[in-house]
Design a protein around this ligand. Structure first.
Ligand code: PHE
Length: 346
């Protein structure tokens, strides 16, 4: 019988084809080819109608047997391919849990913030607390209540960015003194106030339109200039080294009387004179003085009862001297080659 031969051929061709199959797509195609409605088995079945009953029975049985066996083979192949896919995926996902972890890159604390943190640490150690105020300040707190009424010529000392006639970017941290006095309402005060300040300066190696100050204010009974000198000398010794000296020169600030500018002995030449200290042996680091009676009165303090001192440290100045940095712009250009030098390795 030709049909029997055909069946045998189909079976052996299918088995052979199945061996070559590599993925599920191909498998699907081959299955349709051999077992589908238009496949050879279907057409053999269709051709049976002209055969004798006997022959029909015989061929039908054989065809069904081969169909079942092919279906089982296709199913086995499908399982095999699927297992292979899963195994491949598992293999690619293996991890070696004994490998050391990656070291994540970390940032560092900006050198100016490091200085502020050191200042905070050492003044907190002397009993001060840290106060803060807004960078957008009122003319009243930044100037008027600091004894600088509108039109006062000393306002020219600080080229100010005005937002409107009453609001400005604070040109100094001194308004935080005012805010604290108004809050404490006659009570003793011992604070430092670090923060950013702004001035309408052209940027160059020693000027920046944005920089940082650390204000200090101490008010209490019988506070004198000797206390001021002590508070500053202690800071200089801790920030630089124990051998440093300070020098107080008479100066003028509207909010202090008397006022001083404070110099530190030059750390490069030890006070003998060199280019850094312009041959004077001294370098200016801050302004200070005894709080002016008018300032006390304007914020609710009686100068007969309570006196005190204030100082304003230039944070950039101190940081530049400490690390021998010669251009203030380095702090604000965020060049990682510069900043990485101040990173503490953990
Ligand atoms: N605010 C002053 C300045 O910016 C510094 C200063 C502070 C002086 C406190 C005296 C007392 O120049």
């Amino acid at each position: 019988m030709d049909e029997i031969k055909m069946l045998e051929e189909v079976e052996s061709n299918a088995a052979h084809d199945l061996e070559e199959v590599k993925d599920l797509n191909e498998l699907q195609q081959k299955k349709a080819l051999y077992l589908g409605k238009k496949g050879p088995l279907a057409s053999i079945m269709a051709s049976m109608k002209n055969l004798t009953v006997e022959a029909k029975k015989e061929l039908g049985m054989r065809t069904n047997k081969i169909k079942a066996s092919l279906e089982a083979k296709f199913e086995a192949k499908r399982k095999q391919i699927e297992d292979m896919i899963v195994n491949k995926k598992l293999e690619s996902e293996t991890i070696d849990v004994t490998l050391p972890g990656y070291k994540l890159p970390t940032g560092g604390i900006h050198p100016l913030n490091q200085t502020v943190m050191e200042l905070e640490d050492l003044y907190i150690g002397m009993g001060y607390t840290v106060a803060e105020g807004p960078e957008i300040e009122t003319d009243e707190f930044c100037f008027e209540k600091l004894n600088l009424p509108k039109g006062h010529p000393a306002r020219d000392m600080q080229d100010t960015f005005y937002i409107n006639p009453e609001l400005l970017l604070r040109s100094q941290t001194s308004p935080v003194q005012v805010r604290t006095m108004l809050k404490e309402n006659g009570k003793p005060i011992k604070i430092i106030c670090p923060g950013k300040v702004y001035r309408r300066d052209a940027d160059d190696a020693t000027h920046s339109h944005q920089f940082m100050q650390c204000e200090g204010l101490v008010l209490g009974k019988n506070i004198t200039m000797a206390d001021l000198k002590g508070a500053l000398l202690e800071m200089v010794k801790k920030m630089f080294d124990e051998d440093r000296k300070i020098r107080l020169r008479p100066s003028f600030f509207p909010f202090t009387e008397p006022s001083v500018e404070v110099d530190v002995s030059c750390g490069i030449c030890g006070g003998k004179g060199c280019p850094t200290c312009k041959n004077t042996g001294w370098i200016e680091i801050l302004g200070a003085g005894m709080v002016n009676d008018n300032v006390l009165r304007m914020s609710g303090y009686d100068p007969k009862e309570i006196q005190g001192f204030a100082f304003g440290i230039g944070v950039e100045r101190i940081t530049m001297l400490k690390h021998k940095i010669d251009d203030i712009r380095n702090f604000y250009t965020n060049d990682l080659r510069f900043l990485n030098q101040f990173k503490e390795e953990k």
